[in-house]
Ligand binder design. Structure first.
Ligand SMILES: Cc1cc2nc3c(=O)[nH]c(=O)nc-3n(C[C@H](O)[C@H](O)[C@H](O)COP(=O)(O)OP(=O)(O)OC[C@H]3O[C@@H](n4cnc5c(N)ncnc54)[C@H](O)[C@@H]3O)c2cc1C
Length: 418
């Protein structure tokens, strides 16, 4: 069996670097913390906990980065899934500003990790939002002004149709917002890099070790088919792949499947004509299109989603029409890879981070904006033990950093099930 054969047949798996084969759990272990799930959330929690001196076991049902983290678009947006004008309406300026700062700290955490652990994940700087609807015209200028004035973020520039077209060769964008400090990356290689860093920091990682149950006891007992872990704390980091492991948490998110394709490599000049620079792009559609150019000049394009268990049989031909709608000039280009993944959304499209039981934490529901927020949620959970007084009885709140620590400032009990 080849090293990557258990991963989906994605462009990311085909270009993965530094994958390690971690053992399966086949006996009984003890730890301070048992993290369940080996994506951005779980790995970030595990690494940060180990760096704080805790003894951590991480159990992954399949392989590291097997879930959304190893399959996603790789666009690391600034802010939250909701634009600041929306979060201001929802929570007022002060809390909206905290949410923004939380996401800025998340981006910084990613940049720092890439540097510190020397992770080769093709980190690109910059992101363009393309506006597709006449009724949204003017929103880019307004957002850029608000971010500069109220969020100390002068890095977004509003572009008119011509300027937008000069960066991305599609006629479907009526204007654009270019954020020079957003990021884009090869997400599987980032995930594998964080796993290596976690292992080096002492985290005991087990792959092919699906958790079947855990107990709300102290210590908790976490069981897999062939082994078990006794741990003082449990972190649930399974997001869209949680299944029935914890119905109380699963009931607060809706899993969604999203799909991607990778074209054959384009001539360098053709790639440059298509996207003038190395940055991520997404648009304002409800079912968002997102794309970037890989370092070997393939267009990595995401578009289309479904809301049921199971993927379309022919993902390539499910996604390709979305790409051709934006780029009819790619009609002759072959698609080399296609794959899908499952993420999860919450009602208010904000992360769902919390404590289910005194020693059980969870983080999920990043609503398509998970690279930064999941990474940071893991870090917040690693810090939360400092806050012995934070006991959450509800859900749908955002844990935000304040003065180097974190503070739960949003807790909206009105949020109900989807
Ligand atoms: C196609 C696609 C495109 C996306 N594009 C973007 C994007 O461009 N930008 C962005 O910010 N976000 C994007 N997202 C969302 C982002 O990928 C997710 O929010 C993020 O990866 C969530 O990370 P996670 O660690 O919480 O979950 P996951 O990465 O899904 O990890 C959960 C892990 O838990 C494991 N697991 C589940 N149950 C068990 C169990 N019982 N025992 C042990 N392990 C278990 C799974 O195997 C899985 O590996 C996209 C998602 C998809 C699917």
């Amino acid at each position: 069996m080849s090293e990557m054969s258990e991963y989906p047949d994605s462009y990311y798996a085909a270009t993965a670097v530094g994958a390690r084969d971690y053992p399966a759990l086949e006996d009984h272990r003890q730890a301070d913390v048992c993290v369940i799930g080996g994506g951005f959330t779980g790995l970030s929690a595990a690494l940060n906990l180990a760096e704080r001196g805790l003894d951590v076991v991480l159990l992954e049902a399949e392989r590291i980065g097997f879930g959304a983290s190893g399959r996603c678009g790789g666009l690391v947006g600034s802010g939250q899934r909701k634009e600041v004008l929306e979060t201001e309406k929802m929570f007022g300026l002060e809390r909206s500003r905290l949410l923004w700062d939380f996401a800025e700290a998340a981006k910084q955490e990613i940049r720092d990790r890439v540097d510190k652990h020397d992770i080769a994940c093709d980190l690109q700087r910059g992101q363009l939002l393309g506006v597709h609807k006449k009724s949204y015209l003017g929103s880019c200028r307004e957002t850029a002004d608000v971010l500069a004035e109220r969020y100390d973020y002068p890095f977004c520039a509003a572009l008119n149709a011509e300027e937008t077209r000069a960066r991305v060769a599609t006629d479907t964008f009526l204007e654009g917002l270019y954020d020079s400090e957003a990021l884009a990356m090869h997400p599987l290689n980032y995930t594998l890099g964080i796993a290596r860093a976690a292992a080096e920091a002492g985290v005991r990682i087990y792959e092919r070790s699906r958790v079947l149950s855990y107990s709300e006891t102290d210590p908790a007992e976490i069981r897999t088919a062939k082994g078990s872990v006794k741990a003082s704390f449990v972190v649930l980091a399974c997001n869209g792949y949680l299944g029935n492991l914890e119905p109380r948490v699963a009931g607060k998110i809706m899993p969604i499947n999203n799909f991607m394709i990778a074209t054959e490599p384009l001539e360098a000049s053709r790639a440059e004509q298509l996207i003038n620079g190395r940055f991520g792009v997404h648009d304002t559609r409800f079912v968002v299109n997102y794309f970037r150019m890989s370092d070997d000049h393939r267009l990595l394009f995401g578009g289309g989603e479904n809301y049921r268990a199971g993927f379309p049989r022919d993902i390539k031909n499910f996604v390709r029409p979305y790409m051709l709608k934006l780029f009819p000039q790619l009609e002759d280009v072959a698609i080399d890879y296609s794959w899908g993944g499952t993420l999860s959304v919450t009602v208010n499209r904000l992360p769902h981070v919390g404590r289910l039981h005194p020693n059980v934490f969870f983080a999920q529901g990043y609503s398509g904006h998970g690279i930064s927020t999941a990474t940071f949620a893991g870090k917040v959970i690693a810090d939360i033990r400092k806050l012995a007084d934070v006991y959450i009885s509800g859900w749908h709140f955002a844990a935000l950093p304040r003065h180097g620590s974190c503070d739960v400032v949003l807790h909206d009990e009105r949020q109900d099930l989807m």
